[in-house]
Every structure is written in C-alpha cells, then in structure tokens.
Design a protein around this ligand. Structure first.
Ligand code: ACO
Length: 334
C-alpha cells in the first residue's frame, strides 16, 4: 500500500514587522502585557497592494516545491486552509492554483475551513487521497491575513495582539516506504463552542449581508472567550497527542519534536509540561509571528526543518486546537 510523506516545506511572511510597542501606539496595551500573557514579541502584517492570501500561499508553495525538487507541473491536487479568504467566494485555492500557473492544467483545488486546525485537517485529507492511490503529489497550503480584520481598540485588544499574517506550505507525496511518512492523523470538533471564537458578520443569514450597523457594533470583528479557549486548548492538545501515540504504540518520550499550533506560548508551555517533554522537544516561533492560524504549523515546520531540527528518522508530532472548536493531531516518521 502507498504511504504519504512530506517531501518539501516552505513559508512566506510579509516584510512588515509590527512590534508590541507599535501596537501600543494604536491602542491601550503594552509590550509587557502582551509578552507576559502570550509570549509574542512581534508579528507580520501584509504590505497592502503587495501581499494577498493567494500571493503569500503561492510564495510558500514555490519554496516547498523547490525544497521537494519538484516542478509545479508535477502537482496533482491542491488543498488550502484559511479562515481569511481573499474573496467571499471562490476560495483562495483556485487563486493560488492560478498564481502557480496551474490553471490551464485543471487540477482540483479544495478549500477547507478548519481555522487553527486547518493544516492538520488538510494533512489528513492529503494522506487519505494518497493512500487510496488517487493522487501522487499534493500541495497543502495554509495562508492567513488577520491584520485587516482586527479591532485596534479596548474592545478587541485581547484578540488583536495575538494574531499575525503569513503562509506555509508542504508538498506531500506517495512513497512505498512502509515505515516512513504520515503514520496517523486524528480529527475532532465540538460545535457547541462555535460562537466562543468566531466572526459573526458578514453573514448569509442576513440581508444585506453587511450593514453599517455591523461595522458599528463590531460583529465584523472576531469575538473570543479567551479563558474558555485557553482551558479547552490545554485539555485537548494533550488528549489528541496521546490519541496519536496510542494509535501507533509510541510513548511521549519517543517524540523527537512536537510542533504545536502557535496559539499562545503559555498554551504550548502547559502542553509541554503535561506531556513531560523537555523544552528542546517543542518548537515555538510565536514570539516572532504571533498566531497565524492555518499557516502557523507549516511556517513552524518549515523553519524547524531549515534550522536542522527535523532530521531523517525523527518522530514528529503535530497538534492543533482552535475555533469550532476543532482539534487534531498527526504523527510523522521523517
Ligand atoms: N493589553 C492590556 N490589557 C489587556 C489587553 C491588552 N491587549 N487585553 C485585555 N486586557 C486586560 C483586560 O481588559 C482585563 O483587564 P481588567 O482585569 O481590568 O478587566 C485584563 O487584561 C485581563 O483580561 P483577560 O481577557 O481576562 O486576560 P487573560 O489572562 O485571559 O488573557 C488572553 C487574555 C491572552 C487572550 C488569554 O485568555 C488567552 O491566551 N486565551 C487563549 C486564546 C488563544 O490562544 N486564542 C487563539 C487560539 S485559537 C486560534 O488560534 C483561532
């Protein structure tokens, strides 16, 4: 049977660096508060007129293709995760397909809406398509623009300080090696928490979908029950990591590197402690990029790989939690 493995990783972050002090000039916050509660020092915001979700996704994809030694023409299918599409419809997947010059080839482009868990959900979908023999090379992208959708005032400050923009990508290919690649994936959701981390408007349930009142009352901006998100995240991350370990008969100490969704440094630190892992076995880059939702795991994985922290034969664990609530994990033998 075919297995799937990640053969190339890439990422793109905008050149525009926004520090905590920069944010403190725009709203009532401080570097001290942000670092203490989230670990974030700075994040990237798009350069208007230059960066879009599609151009960032395509840049990350080109880097992943180069690292995989594949040309875009060899890709059979695209999966793209984002909660911040460039257009209401169509999805950003077709825009990235066009950016990569694959439009005339006609390959499929699937958009998925699983927020912070988007990359791991996408990885699981790619794995199933490859195991069944339907596709050989799949491009999986997470791309996110938060900066244009945040509220820089007292009402939104606990959310605005967290998020940043960027994109990450992976090329996933079929392999005959039975002991390598994606070993297992686990996907979960609990819709009873849908409104606890959400953006309510524009909404297809209302006509017109966007009104001046929505701008005024803030329903176009994200709401987040921060403490509830925190509580559920620190429970679900370890739970879904243990589920992946159980499915493959591994123990926490077998993990060479855990790459958690970069939600908040305090969440990653709590998860590390619950799992009994030493600091060097958990990769974090939220300090530099904030939370980039569907892009956070592939950006982190790409950087970890560049830094030589992912080596041949390593057992890599990915885990995510976010809006929905959704949560997911994957174990990969590199
Ligand atoms: N700067 C300064 N003060 C602030 C800010 C800010 N940016 N934001 C809130 N405060 C104030 C509040 O007004 C409040 O003041 P008060 O005590 O006078 O009322 C005080 O700080 C504490 O506010 P809380 O919201 O209770 O702060 P909390 O300790 O819960 O920290 C945070 C907030 C960082 C958001 C935390 O709840 C958290 O990390 N939650 C998890 C969120 C998360 O990770 N979300 C992303 C995951 S899901 C996804 O990726 C989509």
């Amino acid at each position: 049977m075919k297995r799937s493995k990640i053969v190339g990783l890439g990422h793109y972050v905008p050149t525009n660096i926004v520090t905590n002090d920069d944010l403190a000039q725009r709203m009532n916050t401080s570097d001290e508060w942000i670092q203490e509660r989230t670990g974030i020092k700075e994040r990237r915001y798009i350069v208007p007129g230059k960066d879009t979700g599609a151009t960032m996704g395509a840049a990350a994809a080109r880097m992943a293709l180069e690292n995989a030694n594949l040309s875009a023409d060899e890709i059979d299918f695209i999966i793209l995760g984002t909660l911040s599409p460039d257009m209401d419809f169509p999805g950003t997947g077709v825009l990235v397909q066009r950016e990569l010059g694959l439009d005339k080839k006609g390959i499929g482009a699937l958009d998925i809406r699983n927020q912070c868990s988007g990359f791991v959900y996408g990885l699981s979908i790619a794995d199933q398509f490859i195991r069944t023999g339907m596709y050989k090379n799949i491009l999986l992208i997470g791309t996110e623009i938060h900066s244009t959708g945040l509220e820089y005032n007292d009402r939104g400050r606990h959310i605005s300080v967290i998020f940043g923009d960027g994109a990450g990508a992976a090329v996933i290919s079929a392999t005959d090696e039975q002991d390598k690649g994606i070993l297992t994936t686990h996907l979960h959701a609990d819709g009873s928490f849908a409104e606890e981390l959400a953006v309510a408007a524009p909404s297809s349930t209302q006509s017109p979908r966007l009104t001046p009142e929505m701008l005024e009352d803030g329903s176009v901006y994200p709401v987040m029950n921060g403490q509830l998100v925190f509580k559920n995240a620190v429970r679900r991350f370890p739970e879904v990591i243990r589920e992946a370990l159980k499915a493959t008969d591994y123990q926490p100490e077998d993990i060479d590197l855990l790459i958690p969704h970069q939600a908040n440094l305090r969440i990653s630190e709590a998860v590390r402690r619950f799992m009994g892992l030493p600091e060097e076995k958990v990769y974090n880059n939220i300090m530099r990029y904030g939370n980039t939702t569907a892009a956070s795991i592939p950006i982190a994985m790409s950087e970890a790989w560049q830094e030589g922290k992912i080596k041949e034969g390593d057992l890599i664990c990915l885990a995510a939690f976010g809006s929905g609530f959704t949560w997911a994990s994957a174990l990969i033998r590199w």
